[in-house]
Design a protein around this ligand. Structure first.
Ligand SMILES: Cc1cc2nc3c(=O)[nH]c(=O)nc-3n(C[C@H](O)[C@H](O)[C@H](O)COP(=O)(O)OP(=O)(O)OC[C@H]3O[C@@H](n4cnc5c(N)ncnc54)[C@H](O)[C@@H]3O)c2cc1C
Length: 329
């Protein structure tokens, strides 16, 4: 691949600024661009992109594409897909990287359909071998690492959050800002956003947390999570959950970890009252250290845990929390 080709990184924004995970996608983009002898570009979309575009220039990119339109003020799948496909048609990237956030889980398949492009989701690493980009992702709940190639132009790639070390910003901005006119079509949109409710997550964000305390059906009731929150506060950890506590309304739906929830890769994951279904493991098996607390010594979670405690969480958690308070005081 020659240098006239480029690797494009889609950067999400939050209140006009870059989403912190964009730096992870830029890391993957840079690795791919270096290996493929391609240029590195970023794309920022919104109704006012000035701040985010300027931020993006600090990551050593050759250019920042901006797609600005009033309809892009907040995420809407159809408008964003339309606009990003227009950017891709103009920029003709070889590959597009984006972090597998909830927004991207909606956007990436739409874009793949719109561009008739191949899409590899949830990649945790990449390598370039003889000019070919290989994308590595865990399959079968992390029991097998699969290697994928891309045979379309562009190829689309989503990245598992926290799998790539965020690229550091430099003090010197670099790269030109290239405005691409986009025209998301309100008339042909098949969905309308009726209301947006900002769910203010309490405490630390799950997707970027270095430590997570997660509860399962074994917690038994919403109030049971108070014990987990006390331990999480002591550890500086975020609260996560398996699916049942979310379905039962004990914790917000966005706390769900797993195949149909967040995929996380913290340094420490404490699974409390969670049996360890394959669907739950799909979201947390990438954690560096897994601790399981479960009253059933045969629970599946112990098969992947680095440390395990067999017991009733109501007895175990207060003791651990108190000990942690003493150690960390
Ligand atoms: C298509 C699909 C997608 C899914 N996506 C997800 C997903 O994203 N995330 C997810 O988590 N699940 C998902 N599920 C559900 C999944 O199959 C399991 O049903 C779920 O993970 C089980 O949650 P659990 O381990 O909390 O509950 P259980 O399997 O009921 O386990 C509860 C555990 O708590 C222990 N326990 C009970 N009381 C105590 C106590 N007092 N102290 C200590 N331990 C105790 C028990 O021994 C048991 O091991 C999905 C299912 C499907 C079909």
């Amino acid at each position: 691949m020659s240098a006239d080709k480029q690797v494009l990184v889609f950067l999400e924004t939050e209140q006009g600024a870059l989403h912190p995970m964009g730096a992870e996608a830029l890391q993957a983009g840079r690795q791919a661009a270096q290996g493929l002898d391609a240029e590195l570009a970023a794309v920022v979309m919104g109704s006012d992109t000035a701040q985010a575009a300027e931020q993006a220039r600090h990551y050593g990119v050759n250019r920042v594409f901006v797609a600005e339109h009033p309809l892009l003020e907040a995420y809407h799948g159809e408008y964003y897909c339309q606009a990003l496909s227009e950017v891709c048609r103009t920029a003709t990237p070889a590959v597009v990287f984006m972090v597998n956030t909830l927004t991207v889980q909606d956007l990436a398949p739409r874009l793949a359909w719109k561009l008739d492009a191949g899409l590899v989701t949830d990649c945790v690493s990449l390598e370039v071998d003889a000019g070919e980009l290989n994308l590595i992702k865990p399959i079968y709940s992390g029991n097998v690492m699969a290697v994928y190639g891309l045979s379309t132009m562009p190829g689309l790639v989503t990245l598992r959050p926290l799998a790539f070390q965020p690229l550091s910003a430099s003090t010197t901005p670099r790269g030109e800002i290239v405005s691409i006119p986009v025209s998301p079509d309100h008339a042909s949109a098949r969905t309308t956003v009726l209301e947006r409710v900002d769910e203010h997550a309490e405490g630390i964000r799950l997707e970027t947390a270095e430590r997570i305390v997660a509860g399962g059906r074994g917690i038994g009731r919403a109030e049971g999570f108070d014990l987990l929150k006390a331990m999480a506060d002591t550890l500086g950890a975020a609260i996560g959950a398996s699916r049942p506590p979310c379905d039962l309304g004990w914790v917000p739906a966005k706390a769900q970890v797993g195949q149909t929830g967040e995929i996380v890769a913290p340094g420490l994951y404490i699974a409390v009252g969670i049996s360890g279904s394959t669907q739950h493991q799909a979201g947390m098996v990438g954690a560096k250290t897994i601790v399981a607390i479960n009253k059933d010594p045969q629970a599946n979670i112990f098969k992947i845990a680095d440390y395990g405690v067999v017991g009733n969480y109501e007895d175990v958690i207060p003791v651990i929390t108190e000990t942690l308070r003493e150690i960390l005081a």
